[in-house]
Design a protein around this ligand. Structure first.
Ligand code: WA2
Length: 281
């Protein structure tokens, strides 16, 4: 009967949506664990050894060769915590000035490359990127604390000691919405039961990964069959009064939708996958 067909169709939608949500969530979780491990690698071999065993070349090669461990990421980078009192010394040592992150609504598009960024204005502290995977080499020397979303992430990461996610925003040199995942790197004297203040004090840097949502979700869904059958949207639903679409399209049969929850590992952010059939019954 017609009713049976409708029920069957609903069940198919639920199953396909759940499967896609679980695959996306698992892949995200895998890369989160590897970004976490990378923060420990930097702690051990950059800060934990004199002289450091990591420079830009080593970091670039290692992160490129282990890219397969971080599905969905478009690149990883490492920024140092630099208080204003150490800025001059830092810039002299590195041979470049800490730059301010500028977005395209503040500048001409053609100026929106870090080589053309202005020096960072005076702040209490900075988070200049010192190492970057080739794919995000354009953020080297940029003060990540001068970007609103990056800054918020850095503050939350170092106080919590956990991996934290930004809300979706337009990444530098990308036309898509993405999110950034950040882990703080601490000096080794940090007690395991440290307070937020002790954590902030012991922070020496920030290891971050960027996720270009549209291209990466697209790649993932391509690997699953029946892309012709259903349409998938991914939302940041943290703010119930204004869902942010991170991935998706305008097409499909909106008369029936299935919602699968997504857990990307940061309890202060909420995400959902919304699925519908491409064609009406
Ligand atoms: N990485 C890549 N593209 C970006 C970006 C970013 N942040 N922010 C805006 N566009 C080094 O949390 C520390 C990476 C930030 C880490």
């Amino acid at each position: 009967t017609n009713e049976k067909i409708i029920l069957k169709r609903r069940e198919t939608l639920e199953n396909m949506c759940e499967e896609r949500a679980r695959v996306l969530q698992d892949q995200f979780n895998v890369s989160l664990n590897h970004v976490h491990a990378l923060s420990i690698l930097v702690s051990t071999f950059h800060h934990g050894k004199t002289p450091s065993a990591i420079d830009q070349k080593t970091f670039g090669e290692y992160t490129e060769r282990t890219n397969f461990e971080r599905p969905l990421t478009s690149g990883v980078a490492y920024a140092l915590k630099v208080p204003h009192s150490k800025r001059e010394q830092f810039e002299k040592e590195h041979g470049w000035a800490i730059k301010k992150m500028e977005t395209e609504d503040q500048t001409l598009v053609q100026d929106c490359v870090p080589e053309n960024f202005d020096p960072a204005p005076i702040q209490d502290e900075y988070a200049p990127v010192i190492f970057a995977q080739e794919t995000v080499s354009h953020i080297v020397s940029v003060d990540m604390m001068s970007g609103e979303e990056d800054r918020e992430n850095i503050l939350r990461a170092r106080a919590s000691g956990k991996g934290v996610l930004t809300s979706p925003f337009k990444l530098l040199k990308s036309n898509h919405l993405g999110v950034v995942l950040t882990f703080a790197v601490y000096d080794t004297n940090l007690p395991p039961d440290a307070t937020d203040e002790q954590r902030v004090e012991a922070t020496i840097g920030y290891l971050g990964a960027s996720y270009d949502m549209p291209s990466l979700v697209e790649k993932l869904l391509h690997q699953l069959a029946s892309k012709q059958t259903i349409v998938v949207d991914v939302y940041d639903t943290t703010n119930a009064s204004g869902l942010i679409k991170m991935y998706g399209s305008e097409i499909g049969d909106i008369s029936e939708e299935h919602i699968s929850s997504l857990d990307f590992g940061d309890p202060s952010r909420k995400h959902e996958m919304h699925c519908r059939f491409k064609h009406k019954l």
